[in-house]
Write a protein of this length. Structure first.
Length: 553
């Protein structure tokens, strides 16, 4: 609820503090006294668009602070938690500062915030209604939420089912896109795997073939060199053997030195034998090998071409083969994954539709009840021939959402036999205000908003109709805080708390607000509203009668 409003340098207001209370709070005063400025000031604190013209002449800036007390489960908590703004003792301070250029800054609990967040929070705290600003009724986008609030529908379960369905759809669509791209590559991958399988590349093969190619290019010269080396190593006069034999003859007398020399000669003989074996193998390859230079060149070209194609080295081609085989396996398996996700999507959709239809049935039932209750409120408001219909229609599937499968519209008819239609096309300004009031009296009990502001909602009416408006505002204020700017004495008489707004000064004009705390003060103001500047005894008597009928004193 709105606890206090502090205004500094806004138009005609120098400095003003108003402490509001629960119940029906009424602001009265002569036309032009500044009642609308008070609402404009509150609007600033709630995040409405700022204008430089709101800054009082001669001042550098205007400032408005609105203090609210909110319950533990209020919607504002969620918004502020996301913004990392703490609330202490359930008190919320909304502040707006506007300079002469029209630029403004916003604060919540003295922390700087965006104007957007200020407005979001403000919308959860206060509903403002004027004669031509019946927000909920004129904006069809709000009708479903208003009906759900009245029906006690939070929709959390439905939102969860919707999110689950859409999440499955995203997974399915992504897998289908991946599968589609993979399917386009499947033929290419198959051909690539066939080529590699046919080639059968081996690790180290390129180096081996390159060496063999070099040998084959110099075949005759290499063959002659290998043959000569073999003949030298197998000559009859082996110096190593001859030297070893001579040393053997003196080994018994030669000591350790001779033994070391003989051991070295033995090792040399073994190494020479190993070298001779390698030479013979090389000779055998050159003399008896199946490879020729052309075949080796073709093989090297094929290996290197596949390596370029797959952007790897020839030694990495076996790894590429394994990866291609894995990709082809995944493509084959993805079809099964898509089918599985399709089934899961259908199951999630069925759950969503079941919950949505349950909610829709509840909306249909509550809509009929709401129409009947609003209809009862219309007759005393001089709308006895009018009707109010809450129409719940099924949406096309493309329009379904977390809110369900319904479109909700509030429709009215002001004359019997006339088809109900959108209120802004059917009703006049005064009629819209009364339709709105009748609706709010019924549904406001269920909403989270605790403060309602009505700006001259009784304009253009009087007598019994104005009294009926006052009675409904008073009834609404039993559970909500209701602030009314009015020119109707019948409405003012119903107030729990009454303030008079007035202007003072000739050159430096200021707006002041005064609380009327006694019955005598209220009677005098209501008499002025009845009679004008010249208050008569009859006007005072009529004012007393209105106060008596209101049953508050």
């Amino acid at each position: 609820m709105l606890m206090e409003l502090n205004i500094d340098n806004v138009v005609l207001i120098d400095r003003l503090t108003i402490a509001f209370k629960h119940g029906l709070c009424v602001l009265t005063g002569e036309t032009g006294a500044g009642k609308s400025v008070l609402l404009d000031s509150l609007g600033l604190a709630l995040g409405v668009r700022a204008e430089s013209g709101l800054v009082r002449k001669g001042a550098e800036r205007a400032s408005v602070t609105a203090s609210f007390q909110i319950s533990d489960n209020h919607k504002a908590y969620t918004l502020l938690k996301d913004a990392d703004i703490a609330i202490e003792d359930d008190i919320l301070l909304l502040r707006r500062v506007v300079n002469t250029s029209g630029k403004s800054r916003a604060f919540i609990n003295d922390q700087p915030v965006s104007i957007g967040l200020l407005k979001q929070v403000g919308d959860t705290l206060v509903e403002i209604h004027g004669q031509f600003e019946t927000q909920g009724l004129l904006n069809p986008a709000t009708h479903r939420d208003m009906l759900d609030a009245y029906a006690g529908i939070d929709g959390q379960s439905l939102r969860g089912a919707w999110d689950a369905w859409k999440d499955k759809e995203l997974q399915r669509d992504e897998l289908m896109r991946q599968s589609g791209r993979a399917s386009e590559e499947q033929e290419y991958l198959k051909l690539s795997l066939e080529d590699l399988t046919s080639l059968n590349p081996q690790v180290g093969e390129e180096e081996e073939l390159s060496q063999m190619r070099e040998r084959l290019k110099n075949h005759d010269r290499v063959l002659e060199g290998l043959s000569l080396a073999h003949s030298y190593l197998n000559a009859e006069q082996d110096p190593v053997q001859k030297a070893w034999a001579e040393l053997d003859k003196i080994s018994d007398a030669g000591g350790h030195s001779v033994d070391d020399a003989m051991s070295a000669l033995s090792r040399a003989s073994s190494e020479i034998a190993e070298a001779d074996s390698a030479i013979q193998a090389a000779l055998s390859d050159l003399q008896e090998g199946d490879y020729n230079l052309e075949e080796i060149d073709d093989r090297l070209y094929a290996l290197r071409m596949q390596a370029r194609k797959h952007q790897c080295t020839p030694d990495e081609l076996p790894i590429v083969m394994d990866k291609i085989e894995q990709q082809l396996t995944m493509i084959e398996d993805s079809g099964e994954g898509v089918e599985r996700l399709k089934r899961e999507c259908e199951q999630a959709k069925e759950i969503y539709v079941e919950k949505a239809e349950e909610l829709s049935a509840k909306r249909q039932s509550v809509a009929q009840t709401l129409g009947e209750l609003v209809k009862k409120e219309l007759a005393p408001l001089k709308l006895e021939k009018a009707s109010f219909v809450t129409r719940v229609q099924r949406l096309d599937e493309i329009e379904w959402g977390a809110h369900g499968i319904d479109r909700v519209r509030f429709l009215v008819s002001t004359n019997p036999g006339r088809e109900p239609g959108p209120i802004h096309k059917i009703a006049s300004g005064g009629e819209m205000s009364r339709f709105m009031l009748a609706l709010k009296v019924i549904i406001a009990q269920a909403g989270s908003t605790h403060s309602f502001i009505f700006d001259e909602v009784d304009a253009g009416i009087g007598g019994a109709t104005a009294d009926a408006v006052g009675e409904r505002l008073a009834r609404l204020s039993e559970s909500k805080q209701v602030l009314v700017v009015t020119h109707a004495p019948q409405v003012a008489a119903r107030a729990n708390h009454h303030w008079i707004v007035s202007k003072s000064g000739d050159q430096d004009v200021k707006t002041d607000i005064t609380a009327l705390n006694s019955r005598e003060e209220r009677c005098e103001e209501i008499a002025r509203m009845l009679a004008g500047a010249d208050i008569t005894a009859e006007a005072r008597a009529a004012a007393n009668k209105l106060l008596d009928n209101a049953a508050y004193f």
